[in-house]
Design a protein around this ligand. Sequence first.
Ligand code: NAD
Length: 259
Amino acid sequence: KDSSHAVLITGSTSGIGLAMAHCFGRAGYQVMLHGLADQDSAQALLAEFARYGSHNGFSDADLSTEEGCAQLVRDTREAVGNPSVLINNAGIQFTAPAHDFPAQKWQQILSINLSAGFFLSRDLLPAMRAANWGRIINIASVHGLVASEHKAAYCAAKHGLIGLTKVLALENADCNITANAICPGWVETPLIQPQIEAISREQQLDLEAARAQLVGAKQPMAKASRPEAIGELALYLCGDFASTITGASLPVDGGWTAQ
Ligand code: NAD
C-alpha cells in the first residue's frame, strides 16, 4: 500500500469522521471528505486538508436515499478515483420509547445508519475486487452489540450494520479485502450533546456533571473516548498487520460490553 491510496469517509465534516479524516490525511492518504455542510465550510475544510499535501475532495450528498449514495460515488470517483478504503461513518441518533417512535425517524435512521453503508459498499466493491485489495470499515456502536432503552431504530440499524460487515468479510475474503466494524461507546462529539442536555435539564445538573452521569451510567471507565482513538484504530485496520482481521466487531467502549 502506498500513499496514493484514497479513502472515502462518510460524515467527515464533524466528530469521529472528521478526526478519522485527519488521521488518514496525516498518514498520506487522499481523503474524500463528505457530510452535510455549506459551500463555505466545505471550502474551509478542504483548505485545512491541503496542509497534508495530498489531493482531496468533498461531497455533500444526502445519504438518506439510494440516489444520494450514488451521487457520493460519482463525486468520489471524480475527485479522487476509486477509493481503496471505504469508511461508513455518517450516522444520526433519535431517542424515544418504541411505542412512541415516529415512523419518519425510524426510516431516516435505517436509511442513513444502515442502508447507505450497503449501497456504498455494493457500488465501490467491484473496483476493490478488481484491484485485489480493499478495506471496508463500518462505524457501528456498542449499540450494534447490546441495547439501551429508547434507541429502537439506532440499535436495529447498528446490529444490522454488524451483520452486513460479516457478510462483506466472507464474500470478499478471496480478494484481500477486509470488512470490520468499530463499536464505540461514548465518544465526545456533537451527536451525544442532546443526551447530555436532556440529563442536565431533567436532573438540574451543569453540563459537566450531566456528561459524567451519561458516560458513567454505562461505562466502567467513566470517560468518553477521543474521536482520534477511533481514527487510529481505523488506520491500524488498513495496515499490513491487520490483513487477517476481518468480520470483526471491535469495541472501544471503556468496558461497556464486558458486562
Ligand atoms: P456527528 O453528529 O458529529 O457527525 C455525523 C456526520 O454525519 C456529520 O458529518 C453529518 O454531516 C453526517 N450526516 C448526518 N446525516 C447525514 C445525511 N443525511 N447525509 C449525509 N451525511 C449525514 O456524529 P459522530 O458522533 O461523529 O458519529 C459518527 C458515527 O459514529 C455515527 O455513525 C454514530 O452512530 C457513531 N457513534 C458515535 C458515538 C458517540 O458517542 N459519538 C458512539 C458510537 C457510535
